[in-house]
Design a protein around this ligand. Structure first.
Ligand SMILES: Nc1ncnc2c1ncn2[C@@H]1O[C@H](COP(=O)(O)OP(=O)(O)OP(=O)(O)O)[C@@H](O)[C@H]1O
Ligand SMILES: [Mg+2]
Length: 460
């Protein structure tokens, strides 16, 4: 980079003039100061691209200048120059945020390398910031991190459909940010001031899902002691996120289809219907095409949801976003835990970039959170990657002897499990039932059906 503006601070005249000559010869624009006070005045008056300062000077220490720059001009890279016997000063300066240090006497070659590196890093950082700002200004997706082509394409698609009422299906592997994107979709639409209601279809017991979604009238079923407004009614005018849509049962699928087709909902136990104006966003980490093909998901409902289908890429498909994500999570968890933001070594980032990330962004986020909490030095040098999940394949099942049917093999296996549980609970059936996650009467039924003779079990 040529014509970069450098402010060089040193109390010794000989050093100042040597720097001035050498840097000008290499096409830098140099301004000189002989003490911290003068340097501060210059920093306030003019823009500089880099500050180069001595540490030990008769009046104020160069470290003060480092601290000042760090606070008032956080984007200004600072390089300190220290004497041979005062490497400690260099360490202090780096801790305070200096980009690099030089030990006197300084060779021109070394000086140039260090300057170029610091300026280059700063340029990269500025570019990144600009890119990020641009993305967030264009799409308003401030807390969604990612500038790889895959993500940019996704923002583009999201922005195009955000302010329509089209049903959107977000699909992609676990932990890729589907919920985050659904949020952004709502807040980018003209429905932003109306409610955004999320329903986790996997977390609600099947028997309650219909009433959760559509509400119920008083007395509709045992326990329905008062009228209940469902999530669709609550979301009226806004957006409903049907999260984990792949998990809903066949019955609720029918009900949902009817609502999507008519725009009317009917409370459980209610006679009439009610019109709602709700934008539907559905999310799933399942492949709904496969679910449909294999009969677990209604084809007509799939087509209703699949109006605009957006695929969210896995983290492995956008590895180049990993440094940005790491940076984002370092800041997030440092703030949450009242810590200074730790730095992370390039080697550690490198390691993170080569991992497969089966749990995607969520997994990376947890890892960084842990590193921030456990870090004591202010710099994360190495990261502990989890064992690759992909390697953890289940052992192949042992086939039963030829001539044994599946039914017989399962009965045999069940019998062995029951006996093992009874042994472990020393014959206390209630405990054995609990261990196997069945009711006591169910355990008893199984014991009788398999003809297990309790008296013959040997308790160790
Ligand atoms: N692009 C991103 N930028 C910043 N944070 C992200 C990004 N993608 C995901 N996250 C974070 O990762 C975590 C998981 O994201 P989210 O819950 O949206 O995933 P999901 O796709 O819904 O996963 P699942 O299918 O398991 O429900 C959240 O804490 C979210 O904030
Ligand atoms: Mg989710």
């Amino acid at each position: 980079m040529s014509r970069a503006r450098i402010l060089a601070v040193d109390d010794e005249k000989a050093v100042r003039s040597a720097l001035s000559v050498n840097l000008r010869r290499h096409d830098f624009h140099v301004t000189l100061a002989e003490n911290v006070g003068a340097a501060r005045k210059l920093l306030e008056a003019e823009p500089f691209d880099l500050l180069l300062t001595d540490v030990r000077m008769p009046q104020d220490s160069g470290l003060e200048l480092v601290a000042h720059a760090r606070e008032c001009l956080p984007n200004l890279p600072v390089i300190v120059m220290t004497g041979y016997g005062s490497v400690e000063d260099a360490v202090s300066a780096m801790k305070q945020g200096a980009a690099d240090y030089l030990i006197k006497p300084i060779s021109t070659a070394e000086l140039l390398i260090v300057l170029e590196k610091a300026l280059e890093q700063q340029a990269l950082r500025a570019e990144l910031k600009l890119l990020r700002q641009e993305v967030s200004e264009r799409y308003g997706f401030e807390n969604i991190i990612g500038t790889t082509p895959a993500m940019l394409a996704l923002y583009e698609e999201l922005a195009a459909v955000a302010d329509t009422s089209a049903t959107v299906l977000l699909h992609g592997p676990t932990g890729t940010g589907k919920e985050l994107l659904a949020n952004a979709l709502h807040y980018r639409s003209s429905r932003a001031d109306a409610p955004f209601i999320r329903v986790n279809c996997a977390a609600i017991p099947e028997s309650l899902l219909e009433s959760e979604l559509f509400g119920h009238e008083r007395g509709a079923f045992t326990g329905a002691i008062r009228q209940h407004r469902g999530k669709f009614e609550q979301a009226d005018g806004g957006t409903i996120l049907l999260d984990e849509i792949g998990e809903i049962n066949a019955y609720t699928q029918v009900k949902l289809l009817r609502v999507l087709e008519s725009g009317d909902i009917q409370r459980v136990g209610g006679a009439g219907t009610q019109r709602v104006d709700v934008r539907v966003v559905a999310a799933t980490n399942k492949d709904l095409r496969v679910e449909t093909r294999e009969g677990r998901f209604r084809r007509d409902l799939f087509y209703r949801l699949n109006v605009v289908a957006l695929r969210v890429p896995s983290l492995a498909e956008r590895r180049a976003d990993i440094p940005l994500l790491v940076d984002h999570f370092l800041k997030k968890y440092a703030a949450r835990n009242n810590r200074a933001v730790p730095r992370i070594s390039p080697a550690a980032v490198e390691t993170l970039m080569t991992y497969s990330w089966p749990g995607n962004v969520r997994q990376l986020e947890h890892l960084v959170e842990r590193a921030v909490i456990l870090n004591r030095t202010g710099c994360i040098d190495a990261v502990q990657l989890p064992d690759d999940w992909d390697d953890e394949e289940a052992p192949p099942p042992l086939l039963p002897p030829i001539g044994t049917t599946l039914q017989e093999a399962l009965a045999d296996y069940e019998q062995r499990l029951l006996i093992a549980a009874l042994k472990e609970s020393e014959g206390v059936q209630a405990r054995a039932a609990r261990r196997l996650g069945v009711s006591r009467s169910n355990l008893n039924y199984r014991i009788n059906r398999l003809g297990i003779r309790l008296k013959e079990i040997e308790y160790g």
